[in-house]
Every structure is written in structure tokens, then in C-alpha cells.
Design a protein around this ligand. Structure first.
Ligand code: NAP
Length: 297
């Protein structure tokens, strides 16, 4: 008889709902103690559809759990100077615990300059060099929301990572690079032997075929196929690509970096897209905001 692999979904939607329920309880405790309600703000520039969707989801999540939220919208023609002025204002707002600047920004704005302008103690996205450095050195900080969400998912599903070979595809500063540091840490989840792959990696399949855990974050729809993975692998799909689909009201559907059916058939655990890493990113942002509020920044 042919063996059938059954996989378990790493359900980011459910896990993020659990985290949000826990955070709502924390908010009630803060209220009862007369403390200040966590307050998250977002700066949104231009009219990129995906950015609007992400920011709206973040605002909605704040409302759901009782956080305060503020949204500052700017036209795509905003100058770097105007944005820096707003950031300075938010850095100095005593009523605000954390804020994010939704990326990407228009080409005429220096993204790195903007990231570095955010006060590290309010950088709940964890993008500031000071926070990335602290994360690498295991010091208290804000871990970038997407990697933090993935670590939460692995922890809450009690995935055994110790001594495993973890292959990460993509080395961006916001996903792949921090993931490679976190998975290699002397911690649980962590304690993996890590391979970081990127666009210049030769024979990527040699690495993925040996991997116990694969974290795919390159932004190429259905890149990881069934023939690239071994039986029992744990797969985390970070990718989100909008693919034209006229059967949908929106005219598109969201596709991950993993060819789901093929890879799931060989996996022990796998995240879906949508409903995997995406909701976990939002939950982590909220967790970081609560931490900022508790620090009293
Ligand atoms: P990014 O900044 O565009 O980086 C992509 C990385 O993938 C780069 O390191 C690049 O290598 C590598 N890469 C590109 N093509 C490759 C190939 N053929 N083989 C191997 N590596 C390749 O991307 P990102 O910001 O990390 O985002 C990646 C994906 O995750 C996107 O789809 C994005 O929308 C999604 N995302 C989702 C969430 C979420 O919450 N679910 C959050 C953030 C991002 P080089 O360094 O050599 O160029």
C-alpha cells in the first residue's frame, strides 16, 4: 500500500486570534490599574493597494483588542523632509508608544534614512539598526514583526527545532536575515544549523532537499516545488504575490512562495497562504506595542 503523508497546518489565523485574545486581556488589566492604553500609529505613503490592505488590517486589529491607533496618510509626492518632520513629531509624542512607516516608500525617499529616524524605543517594527543589533546580541528589543511571528508559530506548535537543518531562502533585512540569526540562536525555538540561500546560491535544491525546516521568503510565486523537499519537512511560506484571477471580486488571488499541494503532501507542518505568516506579523506588531507601552516609552 502506498504511504500517505498527513500534514498539519500551522494556522496563523487561529494563532494570531489566540494572541489577540491574550492581548485584549492585558489591555483590560492595564485599564483596571489606571495605566496608559497601548497606542500604535502608522504612516502610510501613496496608494499602493497591498500597503493599504496591510495598514488597514493593523488598524482593525488595534481596534479589536482595545489598543489606540492612529493613521497618518501622505500623498506619494510627499517630500523626505515632510516625512522626517512627522517622524520627529511622533518620536516626541508622549501619548504614543510605537509607530511604523509602511514600506515600500516612493523612490525619491531614502528608506534607510526614514528607518533610522524612528526612535528605537518606538520602533515596534524592529527595523532600526539599534534594534537589529540588539536582536542579534540577545538583548531586550523589538524583534521584526514577521520573524517574531514565525518564531511564535514554531513555539506555539511546539515544533522541535533543536539540531535541525534550517534552510532560509531570501536574505532581506526584514525577513531572511533576522530569521537566519534567530534560528541559529542558543534558544528554543532555535538551535538549528542554518543555511541562508539567496539569488546567487548555486544549486539551491541541494540545500532544500537536505532541510528539516525551510523558511521561504523570496517573493516568487510557487518557487518551492515538491521535488525540492524531503518527506517530513516543516515549511514556512512568507511570500505573498498577487496573481491575476478574474474569478475573484478583487481581480487577484494571493499566492505564496511554495507550490502548496505538492509540498504539503511531503510536509509534516506547513503554513498556508493566506492565513499563515501574514496574520502572525500583525499579532507580533501588537505584542511589540504592548511591550513598548509597558516600558512606558
Ligand atoms: P526582498 O527584499 O525582495 O528579498 C528577496 C530575497 O530573495 C533576496 O535576498 C533575494 O536574493 C532572494 N531571491 C530572489 N530571487 C531568488 C531566487 N531565484 N533564488 C533564491 N533567492 C532569491 O523580499 P522580502 O521583503 O523579504 O519579502 C519576500 C516575500 O515575503 C515577498 O513576497 C513579500 O511580499 C513577503 N512578505 C510577507 C510578509 C508577511 O507578513 N507575510 C512580510 C514581509 C514580506 P538577493 O539578496 O541575492 O537579491
Amino acid at each position: 500500500m502506498e504511504s500517505e503523508t498527513t500534514y498539519q497546518l500551522l494556522d496563523g489565523k487561529q494563532t494570531s486570534a489566540d494572541i489577540k485574545a491574550e492581548l485584549a486581556v492585558e489591555v483590560e488589566k492595564i485599564k483596571a490599574a489606571g495605566g496608559s492604553i497601548p497606542h500604535l500609529a502608522a504612516i502610510l505613503v501613496g496608494d499602493d493597494g497591498a500597503s493599504h490592505t496591510y495598514v488597514n488590517a493593523k488598524v482593525k486589529a488595534c481596534e479589536l483588542i482595545g489598543f489606540k491607533s492612529s493613521l497618518y496618510r501622505f500623498d506619494a509626492s510627499v517630500t523626505e523632509e515632510e516625512l522626517l518632520k512627522k517622524i520627529e513629531e511622533l518620536n516626541n509624542d508622549p501619548d504614543l508608544h510605537g509607530f511604523i512607516v509602511q514600506l515600500p516608500l516612493p523612490d525619491h525617499i531614502d528608506e534607510q534614512k526614514i528607518i533610522e529616524a524612528v526612535a528605537p524605543e518606538k520602533d515596534v517594527d524592529g527595523f532600526h539598526p539599534e534594534n537589529i543589533g540588539k536582536m542579534a546580541l540577545d538583548l531586550p528589543t523589538f524583534v521584526s514583526a514577521t520573524p517574531y511571528g514565525i518564531m511564535q508559530l514554531l513555539e506555539r506548535y511546539k515544533i522541535d527545532t533543536v539540531g535541525k537543518h534550517c534552510v532560509i531562502i531570501g536574505r532581506s533585512h526584514i525577513v531572511g536575515l533576522p530569521m537566519s540569526i534567530l534560528m541559529g540562536k542558543k534558544k528554543n525555538p532555535g538551535n538549528c544549523t542554518v543555511t541562508l540561500c539567496h539569488s546567487r546560491t548555486a544549486n539551491i535544491k541541494d540545500f532544500t532537499l537536505d532541510a528539516d525546516i525551510i523558511i521561504v521568503a523570496l517573493g516568487s510565486a510557487e518557487f518551492l516545488t515538491g521535488d525540492m523537499v524531503k518527506e517530513g519537512v516543516v515549511v514556512i511560506d512568507v511570500g505573498i504575490t498577487r496573481v491575476e484571477d478574474n474569478s475573484k471580486k478583487s481581480g487577484y488571488r494571493l499566492v505564496g512562495d511554495v507550490k502548496f499541494d505538492e509540498v504539503a503532501a511531503k510536509s509534516s507542518y506547513i503554513t498556508p497562504v493566506p492565513g499563515g505568516v501574514g496574520p502572525m506579523t500583525i499579532a507580533s506588531l501588537l505584542m511589540n506595542t504592548l511591550t513598548a507601552a509597558k516600558r512606558g516609552s
